[in-house]
Design a protein around this ligand. Sequence first.
Ligand SMILES: Cc1cc2nc3c(=O)[nH]c(=O)nc-3n(C[C@H](O)[C@H](O)[C@H](O)COP(=O)(O)O)c2cc1C
Length: 339
Amino acid sequence: MLKATLKKLIPGSVWMRLQRIKATHKLAGYSRTQNTRFLKFSANPWNKPNQEELRGQIIYYIHRIEKGLTHGSDFRPGFGQNALQSLHDLLNQWHKAHYPTTDTTYQAAFSIVMAYIEKHQQEHQPLPEFLNALFPVQELEKTEANNTIAGVKTITTREKRHNQDKNFKELFEGRTSIRQFAKEPVDLSTVNQAIELSMKTPSVCNRQSYRVTLVSNPDLIGRILTVQGGWRGYAYPPVLAIITSDVRSFIYMEEHNEPYVDGGIFTMSFLLSLEYEGLAACPLNLMCSDANAAKIRKLASIPDYEVLITCVAIGHFQNQTLVPKSFRYSGSSITRIIR
Ligand SMILES: Cc1cc2nc3c(=O)[nH]c(=O)nc-3n(C[C@H](O)[C@H](O)[C@H](O)COP(=O)(O)O)c2cc1C
C-alpha cells in the first residue's frame, strides 16, 4: 500500500534509481553470503582440512596424473613431480587424521601411483628417483588398495559407430571427455544438429538464455585456449564451442545465479548430443580471472551481457585414444534421504 502510494508520488526516473539502489544492495548481500560460505568451507590453507576437503584435493591430483598418462608418442617420462608430492602430503594428512584406508578416494590415490609405474614400464622408461622416495614400490605392493580404480582406458572409433542406435543408458555411460582428436575437419552442420537437440534442455521459466559461439579458426582457438589454461599438452581441437548465458533473460535479483545453472544444464545436454552425433568432445572450464575473461570475451566477441559458462573442445574420434578413467563415487554415497 505504502509502496504503491510512494510510487505514485515519486517521479518515474527517481523511482527507477531507488529500485536500482535497492537491487544493488540485495545483490551485494547475496554475494556476501556466497563469498562467506566459500571462504569458510572451501579446501584452502586457512581452513583445517577435513575428510571432504582432502578428498577434493586428492582427486584433483589424481586427475592431473591421469591426464599425463593419456599421452602416447608424446609421453613425458618422469612427469608430475609436483602432483605426486602433493598427493603424498595429502595421504599423510589422511593417515594422521585416521580416515579409513578403505575409502575410494584413498584407494584411487594408490591406484594412480601404480598406473604411473605401469606406464613407465610399458614405455620402457626408468622411474624417476623422486617416486621411490615418495612411494617406495615395495610398500605399495603391500597395500591392499584396489589398483584398477584410477589410470587410463582406451576409447575406439568402433564403439562410437552406432551411437545413434544406443539407448540412453548406453549413450550416457559411453560418453567420456576426449582431448586428442583425429586430424579430420569437423562439419559444423553436425555440431549445429547437436545444438538443435540440446534446445530440449529445461531452463528456468523456459527462458533458454544459453548461447553458443562456435570457433573453427585454428589460430583463434589456440589463442583462446592459451588464455583458458586447461588444455596444456594437447593439440588444439578443430572446433571450440563457447557456452554463455544471456543475462538479459533474467529479471529478479534472486535469479543472479540462474544463468550459470541453465548454462551448465545446457552444456551437459550439448555434450550428450555431440556424443549422439558421433563427435568427440571435452568440456573446458572458464573459471578465469576477470583479466583473462576479458581477453576471452574480446577474442571470441562475446558481448558484455553474456556470462561465460564453459568451453567445449570438439573433434572426431581417433581410432584409439587414451583417456583418464575418471572414476565415480556411488550414487548412494552422495544421496541424503529425509523421510
Ligand atoms: C565445467 C567443467 C570444466 C572442465 N574443465 C576442464 C579443463 O579445463 N581441462 C580438461 O582437460 N578437462 C576439463 N573438464 C573435464 C573433466 O576433467 C572431466 O569431465 C572429468 O574428469 C570426468 O571425466 P569424463 O568427462 O571423461 O567422464 C571439465 C569438465 C567440466 C564439467
